[in-house]
Design a protein around this ligand. Structure first.
Ligand code: SAM
Ligand code: DTB
Ligand code: SF4
Length: 324
């Protein structure tokens, strides 16, 4: 790590500067990939990929206005609102996910923040999923400190809460909660002793300097997230970002490589957007240091790469699920 490229925000911890990350993003591609591969091999087996499966346990009707999201009540996306799923239904889905090779089961709810009685039901789901021998992750919106303590008591392993983009671009995408709200929830999750899953979305019209600032912010959190999902926007008709042009595949790979270099010990997840990605682009992402995916035919409401396609791709690339 070239030390001159890192600035210090205080005396305790060096901070990745936007400029340092932007310089990495702009490296000649062979140099960037070489550095990312070196870092990847120093911390992980590059052929092992962590496998998570997603389930939307409460879909649609969300009061927030995230410009990318098909689940916001105010957009016409043909995503009907549903109530929180029954615990038994969730456990049946978790069992099926385990049979298809998932190590972690991630449950998402279209809430601004959970109500206390809903949180009790989610805690029962977490206990049930854990008893199947799966790791647990939930993403439920903003959390207070007492709520994170409850989730920790239920045995939650990971909480997903994304910063989504740079602080500067954020206001163009979301107005109903602030960047600081997100940082506060992340601090509550971290303080409760729950692993943090936090990343962002690229392809929302942001520029390279926004991507650099997103990665710099993630890498400079007091403790970097254990899991960093990098999503390519799934452009859904009816959302404000529904007509966005897809991000260039090489720019996406560069973002993955820079996440790997700046967060060497984190799992970097090649997240939403794989359905529209070529095998070659996904292969470059794995070479660049991605070592986690969502596996399963569906993400939350949109299509994922299919299970059979993933099996064929892993076969071609000689990748294997972590722990297999
Ligand atoms: N409602 C909760 C919240 O936003 O905190 C949890 C669920 S929300 C769907 C989780 C994350 O999914 C968002 O923060 C965003 O990063 C990602 N996401 C949502 N829609 C997406 C899309 N169309 N393309 C890519 N990522 C998306
Ligand atoms: C994350 O970073 N990506 C996942 C998960 N965390 C919850 C969500 C992707 C959602 C894609 C759009 C949809 O299927 O609704
Ligand atoms: Fe609601 Fe989450 Fe979608 Fe935002 S991303 S609209 S908070 S479900």
């Amino acid at each position: 790590m070239p030390e001159a490229m890192i600035e210090s925000s205080n005396n305790s911890k060096p901070r990745w500067s936007r400029e340092a990350v932007a310089a990495l993003l702009a490296l000649p591609f062979p140099e960037l990939m070489f550095r990312a591969m070196e870092v990847h091999r120093a911390h992980f087996n590059p052929a092992a990929v962590q496998i998570s499966t997603l389930l939307s346990i409460k879909t649609g009707g969300c009061p927030e206005d995230c410009g990318y999201c098909p689940q916001a009540a105010s957009y016409e996306t043909g995503t009907p609102a549903s109530k929180l799923m029954a615990v038994e239904t969730v456990l049946a889905e978790a069992r099926a996910a385990k049979e298809k090779g998932a190590q972690r089961f991630c449950m998402g709810a279209a809430w601004r923040s959970p109500k206390d009685h809903d949180l009790d039901n989610v805690c029962t789901m977490i206990e049930g999923v854990k008893s199947l021998g799966l790791e647990t992750c939930v993403t439920l919106g903003m959390l207070t400190a007492p709520q994170t303590a409850k989730l920790k008591d239920a045995g939650l392993d990971y909480y997903n809460h994304n910063l989504d983009t740079s602080p500067e671009y954020y206001g163009k995408v979301i107005t109903t909660r602030t960047y600081q709200d997100r940082l506060d929830t992340l601090a509550n999750v971290r303080d409760a002793g729950i692993n943090v899953c936090c990343g962002g979305i690229v392809g929302m019209g942001e520029d390279e300097s926004d991507r650099a600032e997103l990665i710099a912010t993630l890498a400079s959190l007091p403790t970097p997230p254990e899991s960093v999902p990098i999503n390519a926007l799934v452009a859904v008709e009816g959302t404000p970002l529904g007509n966005s042009a897809p991000i260039d595949a090489i720019d996406f790979v560069r973002t993955i490589a820079v996440a790997r270099i700046t967060m060497p010990a984190s799992y970097v997840r090649l997240s939403a957007g794989r359905e529209a990605m070529s095998d070659e682009a996904q292969a470059l992402c794995f070479l660049a240091g991605a070592n986690s995916i969502f596996h399963g035919d569906k993400l939350l409401t949109t299509k994922n790469a299919t299970v059979s396609h993933d099996e064929a791709l892993f076969g071609k690339l000689g990748l294997r699920p972590l722990g297999a």
